[in-house]
Structure formats: structure tokens, C-alpha cells
Design a protein around this ligand. Structure first.
Ligand code: ATP
Length: 324
């Protein structure tokens, strides 16, 4: 293998740049030529592919977003789109690929590799932490810390006015961000897609808020089974009917994707990037390079996509104990 390519795809996450940098520098260190594919699968189809050098990735480790840009491509879901992408890779002499993204990215990579056989190794780049085969995903730690900083600020104003805040964090299918923000931010409740939300319990507890504790923080993952933060707040408000209680909603939104990556995300991104290139040279394919128990682990894409990464029961128990 002499030429490889790297791309970022799906939702961007802080630490993707550190990962790209590690891929480029490891490839050069190993004597490979390395190309950047811009805008994920979209750029692969359009042939937006450029050679990268060591200096191409200077001064990016501390930056959020991704210098390679990201995109969601409907065309790559079609056989014609993938054929076009393959032709562009062949035209550039690409023999191996590093795909940085989440489960959608790996689903596409798996199909593509099975159709055309270009070895692909993935790196877990998503803030959601919902990939099986790695303890943490690149960007999760930064997203949690960004959300936590906002929650701390909201708590100040919530306490000043004795308000109850429903704070929505990202997580359509997974509650990892919500649980860590809930524990770290001292929330009274956390609502996540993985567990059934018991609104009766929430209402009962809010009616009985301690006399010296009239403010409250409820962290809601956007994909909770009872709805988003606004919907849940309205349901709770409706049932409590207490004019002395003041309810507010804050949706943190895309702020959680941006910002300078934390040390943890820079190190994780760098480790996974190095491991992906080493894996390709070692003959690995159709798998993701992740880190579990401080060890680099290669997990087949089929498992990363197909197996559910579960929330820790200990974390959920801790939430329950600390919120009394
Ligand atoms: P995040 O979890 O942060 O949103 P992701 O990688 O899951 O990241 P998606 O938008 O789901 O983000 O997927 C990225 C891209 O992967 C899609 O835009 C599409 O081009 C490709 N992809 C997803 N599913 C498939 C599929 N079934 N077949 C081919 N390509 C796919």
C-alpha cells in the first residue's frame, strides 16, 4: 500500500482535526502518500481529493470542526454514486481509506468496501459516544464539557429566580451526553432515550421540592421518549398547575459541536488516527480503530453499527442517588 486517503463525514465533532493530523503524519512517517477527501462521501463522488503534506495539518490540533469539511451525501446511498466515488479513488491511485465519522459513515464504508474491496479503517468521530467498540468517541468529552459550562451558568440564574429549567442536550438515540451532564451538573433529573421516562415521578418530586431548594435542573436528551425539552416541560407544567413555579426551557443545540477540543479528545483522536493507518498497513479492513481500557482495539464495522453500546447502570443509579 503506497497511497491512502482520509475523510471526515456525518456530524462534525471536536477532535476530528487531531485525528486527521495523526492520520497524515503517521502515513508520512510510514512512507505513504496521503490524500484528503473534502466533504466526506460528497467529495469522494465529486473527486474533491487533494494531496496532503505534514504542513497541511499544522496548527489544527486545537481547532474544532474539521479542515476536511463534512457533509451528508444522499448520492452515496445509491449504487451509481458509489461507482462514481470508486472511479475517483482509482483515478487517484488510492489503495486504502481512513473514514472518520459515526455509525452512518461506517454503514456507508462497509457497503462500499464490500462492493469495491478498497480496505477501509474507521475512527470514531461523533459527539454522541454511541459507537460500540470504543470507550469514548472523539468529540464526546468536549461536547459534555461545553454543555456543562452552559448548565452551570443556567443554574446560577435558575437559583436566583427559583426557576425550574429543562435543558435539552444532543442525543437523538443515545443519552451519554445527558447522563454525564446530569451527573456533572448536579441535575435533579435526566431523561434519556434508552430508559422509559416516568413523568409521574418527575411531577411528584417537583411538587415536593425542598423548601430551601426551589430551583431545579432537568437535563433532557433530544430523543427522549416523552418528547423534546419543550414538549416535556409543557406536560409537566400542565400536571403541576402551580403558579408559583416558573418553568423555562433552554436548548443548547449546535454549541455542543463546536469549540476547541479537550485534551482527552485531542489524545483520543490522535491515537485512533495513528491506529487506523497502522491497521491498514497491517492488513486490517472493514473495521474501526477505537480505544478500550487504554488499549487500541479494532472492531468490525458490523459490530460498531449493529451492537448497542449501553448506558452504564452505575451512572444511572448515581443520578438517582444524587438527585434527592
Ligand atoms: P453522526 O452520528 O455524528 O451524525 P454519522 O456518520 O452517523 O455521524 P450520517 O449522516 O448518519 O452521520 O452518515 C454520514 C454519511 O454516511 C451519510 O450522509 C451517507 O452519505 C453515508 N451513509 C449513511 N448510511 C448509508 C447507507 N446505508 N449506505 C450508504 N451510505 C450511507
Amino acid at each position: 500500500m503506497k497511497k491512502i486517503a482520509v475523510f471526515t463525514s456525518g456530524g462534525d465533532s471536536p477532535g476530528m482535526n487531531a485525528c486527521v493530523r495523526a492520520v497524515v503524519r503517521t502515513a508520512i512517517y510510514k512512507g505513504l502518500d496521503v490524500y484528503g477527501i473534502y466533504r466526506g462521501y460528497e467529495g469522494m463522488i465529486e473527486g474533491d481529493i487533494k494531496k496532503l503534506y505534514s504542513h497541511s495539518v499544522s496548527n489544527i490540533i486545537q481547532r474544532g470542526g474539521t479542515i476536511l469539511k463534512s457533509a451528508r451525501s444522499m448520492e452515496f446511498k445509491t449504487p451509481e454514486g458509489r461507482k462514481q466515488a470508486y472511479d475517483n479513488l482509482v483515478a487517484n491511485g488510492i489503495e486504502g481509506i481512513v473514514a472518520i465519522g459515526g455509525d452512518g459513515t461506517f454503514t456507508g464504508a462497509k457497503i462500499f468496501q464490500e462492493e469495491y474491496g478498497i480496505p477501509t479503517v474507521g475512527c470514531p468521530g461523533t459527539i454522541d459516544n454511541d459507537l460500540y467498540g470504543t470507550d469514548y468517541t472523539i468529540g464526546f468529552d468536549t461536547a459534555v464539557n461545553t454543555a456543562l459550562e452552559a448548565i452551570d451558568k443556567i443554574r446560577d440564574t435558575a437559583a436566583a429566580h427559583d426557576r425550574i429549567f429543562f435543558i435539552e442536550v444532543m442525543g437523538r438515540d443515545a443519552g451519554f451526553i445527558a447522563v454525564d451532564c446530569g451527573i456533572g451538573g448536579g441535575a435533579e433529573f435526566v431523561m434519556v432515550p434508552e430508559t422509559k421516562t416516568d413523568l409521574n415521578k418527575v411531577v411528584k418530586s417537583m411538587k415536593n421540592l425542598r423548601k430551601n431548594k426551589s430551583s431545579s435542573i432537568v437535563v433532557v436528551a433530544e430523543g427522549d421518549d416523552e418528547g423534546n425539552a419543550e414538549v416535556i416541560m409543557n406536560k409537566v407544567k400542565e400536571r403541576i398547575k402551580d403558579e408559583n413555579k416558573d418553568f423555562k426551557v433552554t436548548t443548547l443545540g449546535h454549541i455542543q459541536r463546536g469549540g476547541s477540543p479537550t485534551a482527552r479528545d485531542r489524545v483520543l483522536g490522535s491515537l485512533c488516527g495513528m491506529a487506523a493507518v497502522e491497521g491498514l498497513l497491517d492488513g486490517k479492513m472493514n473495521c474501526m480503530a477505537g480505544v478500550m481500557n487504554q488499549q487500541i482495539v479494532y472492531t468490525p464495522f458490523a459490530d460498531c453499527i449493529g451492537k448497542e453500546k449501553l448506558l452504564s447502570n452505575e451512572h444511572l443509579k448515581l443520578m438517582e442517588i444524587l438527585s434527592i
